[in-house]
Design a binder for this molecule. Structure first.
Ligand SMILES: [Zn+2]
Ligand SMILES: [Zn+2]
Length: 199
């Protein structure tokens, strides 16, 4: 479940019950085998209780709910009537996408160019230095893995794309476990090269 007004996923904490979790608090995303309609992702997230938990998020919630495509209704306090916030957000998102804006983007290092992506292409995320986040993305076009260093809003807010992002000059292993190890090593190093995302 996703709360489009707060840009948070609703997940459960064994200590605090249902809580709001931003995309930038996700640490690992993994598509579960089987269950294709919709696909389900296992999420490991950092919780406000200080712990780290697992949660399940459907593909629709992961990629489409942040664009307002299943936000439900809310009470419009000005007009005092129920308004479909989902519809309004979805119309807004659709017109921006038609205008050529990308909800999320990253720099594909092997291809040497920026690419559009969705959260389901993200698979590892970790806080780095100076308020930046290290983000491992599996490219939807060439399927290789790139690591970018981006701001928190770049991750959490659809259509907020950093003008400049960091790119690790390294081609990662296709093997997920080795990629996790390499990701940790690269994040700890300072070999990030600033690249412009020209959108
Ligand atoms: Zn917790
Ligand atoms: Zn690519």
């Amino acid at each position: 479940m996703y709360d489009a007004l707060r840009t948070e996923y609703r997940l459960s904490c064994p200590v605090r019950g249902e809580i709001g979790v931003t995309l930038s608090a996700f640490r690992q995303l993994e598509r579960l085998p089987g269950a294709a309609h919709p696909a389900v992702y296992r999420i490991v997230f950092d919780c406000s209780c200080g712990g780290q938990h697992d949660g399940l998020v459907s593909h629709d919630d992961l990629d489409w709910a942040p664009l307002g495509l299943s936000a439900g209704s809310f009470v419009d306090l000005v007009t005092r009537r129920d308004a479909e916030v989902g519809e309004e957000l979805a119309d807004h998102a659709a017109s921006r996408i038609r205008a050529g804006e990308w909800p999320w983007s990253f720099f594909c290092y092997p291809e040497g160019r920026p690419r559009a992506a969705f959260p389901s292409s993200f698979f590892l995320l970790a806080p780095g230095s100076r308020d930046a986040y290290g983000l491992a993305v599996r490219c939807p076009s060439c399927e290789s893995t790139s690591i970018n260093l981006v701001s928190q809003p770049h991750v959490d807010l659809p259509f907020h794309n950093d003008a400049e992002i960091g790119v690790v000059e390294h081609v990662f292993h296709a093997d997920a476990e080795r990629a996790v190890e390499e990701f940790r090593v690269e994040l700890a190093s300072s070999r990030f090269d600033a690249r412009r995302l020209e959108l």
